[in-house]
Design a protein around this ligand. Structure first.
Ligand code: NFA
Length: 103
């Protein structure tokens, strides 16, 4: 039998690798036309926020240009982005929602 006891390339893995799947930030972007109340409604409807929470986050987006409105698995994040974009388009508002992998 070959003896690999002194080959360092075969002995480097010490920790068990239990890599978790990446998470994705869902971002809401400001624009000049979408009504504030519509954005508040979106945050209540699709992100489970109370009216007060939704109003607070809406104002952050309005003032800073963008905010993270939730962090999800890839599949859930894609669903949220799609729901917001469809809802905005159906109401003819230019509201933009995107997702970004967390570092
Ligand atoms: N800036 C928009 C307005 O003044 C409100 C808004 C907030 C739009 C957050 C998009 C996102 N009507």
């Amino acid at each position: 039998q070959p003896d690999n006891d002194d080959d360092p390339s075969l002995l480097v893995q010490t920790r068990p690798k239990t890599k978790r799947p990446p998470l994705y930030k869902v971002l809401l972007l400001n624009d000049d036309y979408t009504p504030m109340e519509f954005v508040v409604h979106v945050l209540e409807r699709f992100f489970g926020m109370t009216h007060a929470e939704a109003f607070e986050i809406m104002l952050i987006v309005h003032k800073k240009g963008v905010a993270v409105v939730g962090v999800f698995s890839h599949e859930i994040a894609e669903t949220k982005v799609g729901q917001v974009m469809d809802f905005a388009r159906r109401h003819q508002h230019p509201l933009q929602c995107t997702m970004e992998r967390e570092e």
